[in-house]
Design a protein around this ligand. Structure first.
Ligand SMILES: Cc1cc2nc3c(=O)[nH]c(=O)nc-3n(C[C@H](O)[C@H](O)[C@H](O)COP(=O)(O)OP(=O)(O)OC[C@H]3O[C@@H](n4cnc5c(N)ncnc54)[C@H](O)[C@@H]3O)c2cc1C
Length: 426
């Protein structure tokens, strides 16, 4: 397995005098860091509290579609990311059993022209590092580490936020609190009427492998060029794409948790289920079986989702990213939606604080509609990826016969979207 990249956030420590009008962000994940940059660009003072001391992510890649990269570009982050990212020529879908090509969707330069921004794949740590470097450059963003937001209270003059450090508790005042605190959001869970993230009963198995170590039989399956390749099979699918300037292949395989009994609060032993996991590929193409077996360690990642998307909790408390709408990865849009959420939120906040509640209510309505459409797309992809029997045959027939141009046009609503434009048009 490739060594886990670790970003030491301690170097990002940055204090300044408290400002009661500041916007407080809980969480320095993709959503929180992007929001800090977008707010800073509009001149707001921002305070981020992050409960961890380091951001570490086990061998995970991210696909970032044009709806996200256009926003990262405006924030000056894409430029930092692009040297380690890869811009694929196409998304290819193959039958996991026969290895037959089902779909070839060009997403390289032609698509960049169509959606005015590139489709890239990268390592999540590279994106976090690029965001963080840009955050460090902004004088109006302060970041505290090892500081968890635990409580908040609206006292009419603003929001009072209680922060737990290793050795003390402090209170901070701000004009708005944004919960970018991920799938286990404290802020969301504190609301009695909110549903919590639920285990879907599926596991994403992740691995990264140096290109030169991939088995020849697997390499023989890969379509020519630089691509995101997905293999569909009954009850499982596998996705592979190059990251780290093309030196590493990132894998995500999603399959049912065979031991799932409706409970999610059962610890996974990373060794035991990997045997079961390889079984899901028993009847698959030999190149895939060999690759699955050759990878030293697959890291299990149980998939959670929220049934209900919810942004606005109170007048001065907003959620963004996974905290608002953790979703399954079938549309590869979780991080992209976090980036959209962040930029759209900064965009609706003006200088007049009195106008914020109405602006936030409009924001929540518009974003919820968008998220619901993305979740529907994810459900459709899930169905198509894991189809079996006659449904799989019908899928293969449809994919082979539908012109690629029609598939491309079918992504306009998703990739050709500008979250900073009220009507979404690019
Ligand atoms: C297998 C898999 C594959 C995926 N592939 C893709 C893909 O290809 N493309 C894509 O767009 N998305 C993808 N996603 C989704 C994406 O990874 C997430 O949607 C995204 O990382 C969410 O970012 P976030 O900032 O909302 O949350 P997080 O990254 O979880 O960040 C939350 C942060 O808040 C901090 N925190 C938590 N509680 C507190 C507190 N009380 N106080 C202060 N800080 C706190 C945490 O320490 C953390 O740093 C994938 C997800 C999975 C599981």
């Amino acid at each position: 397995m490739i060594a886990t990249p670790v970003i030491d956030l301690k170097t990002a420590r940055n204090r300044r005098t408290p400002n009661p009008d500041q916007i407080i962000i809980a969480g320095a994940g993709i959503a929180g860091l992007t929001l800090a940059l977008a707010l800073s660009a509009k001149g707001f003072a921002v305070q981020i509290f992050e409960k961890s001391a380091v951001l570490a992510e086990a061998g995970a890649g991210l696909q970032l579609s044009p709806n996200a990269t256009r926003l990262l570009d405006r924030l000056g982050v894409l430029e930092r990311l692009i040297s380690s990212a890869v811009q694929p020529d196409a998304i290819c879908l193959q039958d996991g059993v026969s290895g037959a090509n089902l779909l070839h969707l060009p997403i390289g330069s032609a698509a960049e022209k169509r959606w005015h921004a590139p489709y890239i794949v990268c390592h999540r740590a590279d994106l976090q590092r690029a965001l963080l470097t840009e955050v460090r450059n902004r004088a109006n963003i302060a970041m505290q580490l090892e500081s968890a937001v635990t409580h908040h209270k609206d006292d009419g003059r603003g929001v009072l936020v209680r922060v737990q450090y290793n050795d003390r508790i402090e209170e901070h005042r701000g004009g708005l609190l944004v919960g970018a605190d991920g799938v286990w959001s404290n802020m969301r869970n504190a609301m009695s009427d909110m549903d919590r993230a639920r285990y879907t009963g599926s596991i994403a198995w992740r691995a990264s492998v140096a290109m030169k170590q991939l088995p020849a039989s697997f390499k023989g399956l890969l379509p020519s060029g630089i691509n995101v390749v997905a293999w569909a099979g009954a009850n499982a699918h596998l996705i592979a794409y190059p990251i780290r300037s093309g030196e590493t292949m990132n894998f995500v395989a999603v399959a049912r948790d065979r031991r799932h009994s409706g409970r999610w609060d059962v610890e996974i032993n990373p060794d035991a289920p990997s045997q079961n996991f390889a079984k899901d590929f028993d009847n698959w193409h030999p190149g895939i079986r060999e690759m699955v077996a050759s990878v030293g360690q697959w890291t299990p990642w149980r998939l959670f989702e929220m049934k209900r998307c919810r942004y606005l909790l109170e007048d001065r408390l907003v959620l963004i990213g996974d905290a608002a709408h953790a979703m399954t990865p079938y549309a590869a849009q979780g991080a992209a939606m976090a980036i959209e959420d962040a930029c759209a939120l900064a965009d609706v906040l003006g200088d007049d604080h009195q106008a914020w509640p109405a602006a936030l209510a409009r924001y929540a309505k518009g974003r919820t509609k968008r998220i619901e459409a993305v979740v529907r797309r994810g459900a459709l992809n899930h169905l198509a990826y894991h189809a079996r029997g006659p449904v799989a045959l019908a899928r293969n027939l449809l994919l082979r016969n539908r012109p690629a141009e029609k598939f491309i046009a079918g992504f306009d609503w998703l990739y050709g979207f500008d979250a900073e434009n009220p009507d979404g048009k690019i």
